[in-house]
Design a protein around this ligand. Structure first.
Ligand code: BGC
Length: 426
């Protein structure tokens, strides 16, 4: 058993040289993406948003759609970088007897559900502008008209791909009637997180999500373009980065996913998939037939936090989930697999940040950067944030002191309100 287990741990281990190569390849793909070269794995989607001035004021409705919950909030911006959440509402997209992510739902069903949550935060008799954080790859040529290119994160609702999502929202709001709400902006969650951080801090120029899905946006200053172009936040859609060494489990997971061959980085690093990788490893080690079972983020976190002598929690979770009784040795390996999967995710993601920083700073010395991150992995998963910082140190040495990773909790909502307030500014 030990040999096999060690081999599996090796498959999930990324040494410094491999990390450096990920960062360098990532940097090259950004350059290629900016040049419109199809070899780039990135969509380089324009947001039509620059950084906020921090003077933005007013009350806006923020809608956040694209993770486990749909959230709406009434947010007051006070023009001094001090936002206030006046009211909020949230609903899970999947419940015991319904799913608003699967092909069983169509566009109208989904957007009616979303509109109902939006209405919960609106006050009768008022008029609002709404900013919409829509966390899927979308093509737009202004701040409003984002058109969904394709679903990710195993979403499969019918009739939304290829559509302008705010049009669907407008129709759903009209069907409900009542309060006058005007959707004016659509942004990706990575763009939202960056805008939210830049509302509070200098030096924020990268925004990233490490949660159910994974993706990063950064402020492109177009320094190499030779033209006077205003800086704009670009959504890389780097969950689709595919120049990576995948192992046996990554391949099995990809083949059985909704969209094989797509979102290869996301399938190695994001919360939607880590529990599945873990499950596939356990199936292999304990000769189980793989079924549609996933461990969720909370279970993985509980396994990683188990400090008891005999790993009681690890045993309990695996017994409950798979009906498997672990002996002492097996329990130690099971925890080690969870660690290896989570640490790989953190290191790979950190390497991509370094790739972006190398792109931004070129051959000049590394400047100060705040990387704003939202998502349950960064916020809650044991080992995750610390291994990110460690990997950045491995790649940048003392220069890593100038790179700050900050949790921008709720950035998706605040960013949506800021986008509604700013309007198109590039
Ligand atoms: C989507 C991105 C999004 C990320 C995080 C990915 O699956 O393609 O647009 O930013 O998830 O939510």
């Amino acid at each position: 058993m030990a040999d096999k287990c060690e081999r599996i741990i090796d498959e999930f281990t990324i040494d410094r040289a491999a990390l450096e190569s990920v960062a360098a390849t990532f940097r090259r793909d950004i350059k290629r993406g900016l040049e419109g070269d199809e070899l780039s794995s990135f969509k380089m989607l324009k947001s039509y948003l620059g950084l906020p001035t921090r003077q933005e004021e007013g009350e806006y409705i923020a809608l956040d759609f694209g993770g486990t919950n749909v959230r709406a909030a009434l947010i007051r911006l006070r023009g001094n970088g001090q936002p206030e959440v006046v009211k909020k509402a949230a609903r899970k997209l999947v419940g015991s007897d319904y799913s608003y992510i699967s092909a069983a739902t169509d566009a109208q069903g989904l957007f009616d559900f979303i509109a109902a949550v939006v209405m919960e935060v609106a006050q009768p008799g008022q008029e609002y502008r709404l900013g919409h954080t829509f966390s899927f790859p979308s093509l737009q040529d202004n701040l409003y008209n984002a058109r969904l290119i394709s679903w990710t994160k195993e979403f499969a609702v019918r009739g939304v791909e290829g559509e302008i999502v705010n049009d669907l929202l407008v129709q759903a709001l009209q069907r409900r009637g009542g309060v006058k709400i005007e959707p004016v902006a659509v942004i990706n969650d990575t763009v939202a997180v960056l805008a939210a951080a830049a509302y509070k801090y200098d030096k924020a120029d990268i925004g990233s999500i490490c949660g159910t899905g994974h993706n990063t946006a950064y402020l492109e200053r177009y320094r190499d373009s030779g033209k006077a172009v205003k800086p704009m936040i670009l959504n890389l859609e780097c969950g689709n980065f595919d120049k990576l060494l995948t192992n046996t489990f990554d391949k099995v997971l990809d083949a059985a996913s909704e969209k094989p061959q797509e979102q290869r980085l996301e399938k190695m690093v994001s919360g939607r998939y880590l529990g599945r990788l873990f499950y596939l490893v356990l199936c292999d080690v304990f000769d189980l037939e793989a079924k549609g079972i996933d461990f969720d983020g909370a279970e993985l976190a509980a396994i990683l936090s188990d400090q008891t002598m005999l790993l009681d929690k690890v045993r309990e979770i695996v017994k409950e989930k798979l009906g498997l009784v672990l002996d002492d040795e097996a329990a130690v390996w099971v925890k080690a697999f969870a660690e290896a999967i989570v640490v790989r995710a953190a290191r790979l993601t950190a390497a991509t940040y370094v790739g972006i920083i190398w792109h931004m700073d070129g051959d000049a010395c590394i400047g100060e950067h705040i990387i704003a991150i939202d998502g349950s992995l960064f916020e809650k998963m044991p080992l995750y944030a610390e291994n990110m910082r460690k990997a950045i140190y491995e790649l940048l040495g003392a220069d890593s002191d100038r790179i700050k990773l900050v949790l921008e909790n709720g950035g998706s909502s605040l960013g949506a309100a800021i986008a509604a307030a700013v309007g198109q500014n590039v």
